[in-house]
Design a protein around this ligand. Sequence first.
Ligand code: PXP
Length: 253
Amino acid sequence: MSTPTKPKLRLGVNIDHVATVRNARGSAYPDPLRAALLAEAAGADGITAHLREDRRHIRDADIEALAEGLAVPLNFECAATPEMQAIALRHRPHAVCLVPERREERTTEGGLDVAGDQNRLTMFITPLREAGCRVSMFIGHEPRQIEASARIGAAVVELHTGHYCDLHAEGRFAERDAELAALAKGARFAHSLGLEVHAGHGLTFETVGPIAALPEVRELNIGHFLIGEAIFMGLGPAIAEMRAQMDAARGFS
Ligand code: PXP
């Protein structure tokens, strides 16, 4: 048995795409809360849900049900708008992760421009911090975005792994490795500034290992792949396998 050298990672399971399937037919099922409770039972350390401005997947009633029904922490993902701030303050989730949002995008395509919006974001997160929420910025690995996140008083940065995953999927391995090195450097820098480091977006069984191995990273948030894999192996086994791969990457067996 290998000796663990890093603390265990937390796994946040993003259940947005259970709601995508539900909404495709305008039915009441599959129920995101039911999926979240199953994820909890399968070893998820937290549940992430993104309430988009256009409500294309998660809806307000889902957030309410998750806030009331979960035993594990809820990570509420949203854009930095007054409407979302009011919803967050109503439910006071464990964490609020701020993401950029554009209506026409298929998913969250890039990181938040914290450096370019510092004054507004400082004021935006103050009431959330006062309400006891851990505020997280979903950003790329650029040092100026990391620095700005620390400056405005965020507790956490979540590093966007989407580009790394895309490069892997396209077989552009040298560029993927360069992106991984930049993420590793960003994680070290963020940690040195006292930020807790999370990572996520696009992670799969093929791509999770090197990200999970980064010592400064404390939490991964994974959704789309797990919900897709649930079709083939079931949600519980997919989460258990992801957990096992994350643990193995950190020397736990
Ligand atoms: N983290 C953040 C901040 C996200 O916006 C998302 C996607 O909603 C994820 C993690 C999960 O990404 P994926 O669904 O691709 O695993």
